[in-house]
Design a binder for this molecule. Structure first.
Ligand code: GLA
Length: 387
C-alpha cells in the first residue's frame, strides 16, 4: 500500500514537472502559437534530399515564407492602407517551379552578385575562370550559384523569429577560390521589417558579394506592372554600363538623367526614354546606384511607394550600392504563384550590394575577402503604409 502511494506520488510529481518543462519551452518559443515557425515539405531536391518551407510570423500579422532551397523568400505579406495583407513578392508555388529555372525570384545570390566581365578575374597574380552564364559574362555566382543549393536551416522562434541558413561553398566551386563558409540570418522584426544579416569567412583569398533577389510588386495581386510605383534612391551617382551590362568604370552623376531618383519619381516616367543610351542598354532600369552615404552604417538606400495600396517599402543597408532592376526580362513566359502570369515589368528588385565587376575594377571598393577576415553586411526591408 505504502509502495503504491509512493508510485502515485512520484508519477504525479513527474507529470507536474513535465507540464512545467513544456510550459517553459512554449514560452521560449514565442508568445503565442501564431508566432511558431511552421515547417512543411517543399519538394524533392534529389532522390535523397527534400526542401523545406519555413513560415515566420510576427504579432503584427506579417508572414514570410523562406525555403532552404536557395535561401529563397517564397512569399511575404504586407498590410495595405486598409490593413489588408497581400503577398507582395514574386515566386512559385513549389520547388518544381524554381527548379525549372526562374530568374532568381527571392533567392540568395552568391558567391558574387551581378556580373563579372568575361567570367574572368585575377587575384594575387592568379587568374580564375568562371562559367559565362550571361552572354559573354558571369552572372550571380554561376551555373549553380547560392540560389540553387540546399542550405542548412535552423529556425529560431521568438517574438522576432529568425531562420539561420548556412552553406559552405567549396574551393573551386563555380570557379571561385577558397572554401567559403556563409551564414545568412533572416529575422522578421516586430515593426514589419525583414532583416538579413550576411556573414562569410574563407580559407583562401576570394571575392564575395552577397545579396537577395526578391522581386516586389507592392500593389499585391500580381495583375499589373510596377510602372506606377514611386521610387526614391539616396544615390547621386550610378554606374553606366556597356551593351553587355558591365560597368564602364565611370561613376556618373544622376543629375539631369532618367537615373535621378534623388526625389521620388514614378518608375514609368522616364523608363522608356530610349534617347538615353543607358536606358537602351538596360532595356529600362538595370543598373547599380552608388549610395551618397558611403559609410558602412545602416542607412536608408531606397524607398518605394505604391499609391493604390498605400504600401511603402524602405530599404536600409550597410552596403555601398544598390542594383535597381525593373523586371525588364520578364515577358509573360513564367506562371508564378496562384497561376499568375508574370508579364513585362511585373516586379522590381532592390539588390543591396558592392559594385558589379569589382574584381576587374581596381578603383571600385574591394570585394576581396582574405583568411582571418569576416565579411559582414546587413540589409533591412521595412514595410509601412502612407494614407
Ligand atoms: C539582375 C541583373 C539583371 C537580370 C536579373 C535576373 O538584377 O542585373 O540584368 O539578369 O538579375 O534576370
Amino acid at each position: 500500500m505504502k509502495k503504491n502511494n509512493l508510485l502515485v506520488a512520484s508519477l504525479l510529481t513527474a507529470s507536474l514537472l513535465w507540464a512545467c518543462e513544456s510550459k517553459k519551452s512554449e514560452s521560449t518559443q514565442g508568445t503565442s502559437d501564431s508566432l511558431k515557425i511552421e515547417q512543411s515539405a517543399f519538394g524533392k531536391v534529389s532522390d535523397s534530399t527534400q526542401a523545406t518551407l519555413y513560415t515566420l510570423h510576427n504579432a503584427a500579422g506579417t508572414t514570410v515564407q523562406i525555403s532552404d532551397f536557395g535561401g529563397t523568400i517564397v512569399s511575404w505579406t504586407a498590410p495595405d492602407k486598409n490593413g489588408k495583407f497581400d503577398d507582395i513578392t514574386l515566386g512559385c508555388d513549389s520547388l518544381a517551379g524554381y527548379q525549372k529555372g526562374v530568374p532568381y525570384f527571392g533567392a540568395l545570390i552568391g558567391r558574387y552578385g551581378n556580373r563579372i566581365a568575361k567570367g574572368q578575374f585575377t587575384l594575387d597574380g592568379k587568374s580564375y575562370s568562371l562559367a559565362k552564364n550571361n552572354g559573354p559574362n558571369a552572372l550571380h555566382g554561376g551555373l549553380k550559384g547560392f540560389d540553387k543549393v540546399l542550405w542548412k536551416a535552423t529556425p529560431i522562434e521568438g517574438e522576432e523569429p529568425s531562420l539561420k541558413l548556412t552553406y559552405t561553398a567549396k574551393d573551386g566551386e563555380e570557379g571561385y577560390p577558397g572554401n567559403l563558409s556563409v551564414e545568412v540570418v533572416y529575422t522578421l522584426q516586430k515593426d514589419n521589417s525583414l532583416k538579413i544579416d550576411y556573414k562569410a569567412t574563407t580559407d583562401k583569398a576570394t571575392v564575395v558579394n552577397l545579396t537577395n533577389h526578391a522581386y516586389f510588386n507592392l500593389k499585391g495581386g500580381f495583375d499589373s506592372d510596377i510602372l506606377d510605383h514611386e521610387v526614391t534612391l539616396n544615390a547621386d551617382k550610378f554606374l553606366p554600363v556597356d551593351a553587355t551590362l558591365i560597368p564602364t568604370g565611370e561613376l556618373k552623376p544622376v543629375a539631369g538623367t532618367p537615373f535621378d531618383f534623388t526625389k521620388s519619381s514614378k518608375i514609368g516616367a522616364r523608363i522608356n526614354d530610349t534617347k538615353d543610351e543607358q536606358i537602351k542598354f538596360g532595356l529600362g532600369y538595370d543598373h547599380c546606384w552608388v549610395l551618397t552615404d558611403s559609410t558602412k552604417n545602416l542607412k536608408l538606400a531606397a524607398s518605394v511607394y505604391e499609391p493604390t495600396s498605400g504600401r511603402v517599402l524602405e530599404v536600409f543597408t550597410t552596403e555601398p550600392a544598390i542594383q535597381f532592376y525593373t523586371g525588364n526580362f520578364l515577358d509573360g513566359t513564367i506562371t508564378g504563384k496562384g497561376g499568375k502570369v508574370y508579364k513585362h515589368r511585373f516586379g522590381l528588385c532592390l539588390e543591396t550590394q558592392h559594385y558589379p565587376d569589382s574584381p576587374n575594377k581596381p578603383k571600385f571598393p574591394s570585394t576581396v575577402l582574405k583568411p582571418g577576415e569576416t565579411y559582414e553586411t546587413t540589409t533591412v526591408y521595412k514595410f509601412s503604409v502612407k494614407k
